[in-house]
Write a protein that binds this ligand. Sequence first.
Ligand code: FAD
Length: 482
Amino acid sequence: MTERATLPPPTRPDLAVIGAGPAGLAATLAGAARGVHVTLIDSAPQPGGQFYRQPAPGLGARRPRALHHRWRTWERLRTGLDAHLAAGRVTLLSDRHVWCVERNTDPSPAPFTVHALLGPAQDESVAIRADGVLLATGAYEKVLPFPGWTLPGVVTAGGAQALLKGGLVLPGRTAVVAGTGPLLLPVATGLAAAGATVVALVESAAPKDFAQRARVLAAAPDKLAEGAGYAAQLVRHGVPLKLGHTVLEAHGGERLESVTVAALGPDGRPVPGTARRLPCDTLAVGHGLLPHTDLADGLGCRLDGPAVHVDDEQRTDVPGVWAAGEATGVGGAVLSLAEGHIAGRSAAARLRGAVPDPAEWAPADRARTRSRAFFDGLDGVYAPPARWAELVTDETVVCRCEEVTAGAVREAVGSLGAGDLRTVKLLTRAGMGWCQGRMCEAGVAGVAGCAPVPARRLPARPVPLGVLAAQPDRPPPPPPDR
Ligand SMILES: Cc1cc2nc3c(=O)[nH]c(=O)nc-3n(C[C@H](O)[C@H](O)[C@H](O)COP(=O)(O)OP(=O)(O)OC[C@H]3O[C@@H](n4cnc5c(N)ncnc54)[C@H](O)[C@@H]3O)c2cc1C
């Protein structure tokens, strides 16, 4: 099935934007306003992405803004999207999980085909033709293992946030929020504001880590104000902030009952005598974010470390493919909006055969420069404890899908001589399950003492065999030139 028939006549180039978060929405509005038809595709039922995740309509939320920041920006994006949808300049395909973007060897009728699985059953695939592709797929959470992390009641920080914003439910009544990264702040304050007792926010970054970046922080007064706002909310809700601390273990029988936290010494090890047990029914834990690069990787786009490489126009090194937002590096919603705006304007011009004038997006460029400088300056502050892997006991399951323990991973390295992540995977099956390492790769790499490698997951989503079998016969897409 193709959605081409629903699109306007091919007088306007078609841009497929994958991801309807801040970056994808900004790109869609910029592109549609400048003469391209945009097909906006997202796996979620509604646009908004992670930052502007909306409550399901059936819940009848009376004040959805209560859980949000920068609501006016969301209203502007939503109003703009609605206007473009009504005018037929944008087609919105929600609930579509893109599993592959194909570069067509014969570019007629279009150079790219985007393959997406439909809805919750995901047993049917649609193909969307496009002249250009803009990847705005955001980031996913990094969670490192520790004893007890698989107990019911332990959720990811972003998962807790998603339950709250999308389902208007609390993951529990008494929560500890732990790990590292700026995401912990809205999660702790959001849970507290929604009525949970937040026993503590446990952040492994120490006060001295922030003090060392005082100049970076001082150069971004808006970020300082945002941080101060969160601090004030923590105080108002009586949430203790434990900087330079970590969770050692989660305890419970059938489900989580308490966690042990301890102060970290300068060597990254827990300081003896500082361990404290905190009763709770929920642990919301996260250790940062990693860019979603599966689709870019499948297209053969160059990666810089964990992120998609882009130029000043947000173009990847594959002609006709742009990337924006956290897929190109984690840096928050403001940076995603700026990158999306620039990418959308660049794509609109290039797809119509024109050379864009960067002066036209100067304010977005300045926002991009400021945000990138801020997050580069913070680099290293939000890092998991240097010795976290030593705290993972041999019995701890590190790969949940395949139920592989830390002991098995250590044996693969120690006794069986595995020297890289791929060999560890082949010997233990760690990372071979449903999530294909999305959840466990960083943890397995840390326990194994192997360097993490850029994720290579094709297709980008698990695809039913029936869907693959139903694809028309044609040669497979050319492999990336790497
Ligand atoms: C779980 C989670 C929760 C977060 N919560 C907050 C928060 O509360 N406050 C905050 O300041 N920051 C939060 N962040 C950080 C936040 O992601 C960014 O600051 C901002 O949303 C990034 O915008 P983006 O457009 O780059 O990506 P996102 O907002 O992540 O949007 C990406 C979109 O792409 C879609 N997508 C990805 N892959 C595919 C695919 N293969 N097929 C179809 N669609 C796809 C996703 O469904 C998503 O809607 C969160 C991050 C995560 C991972």
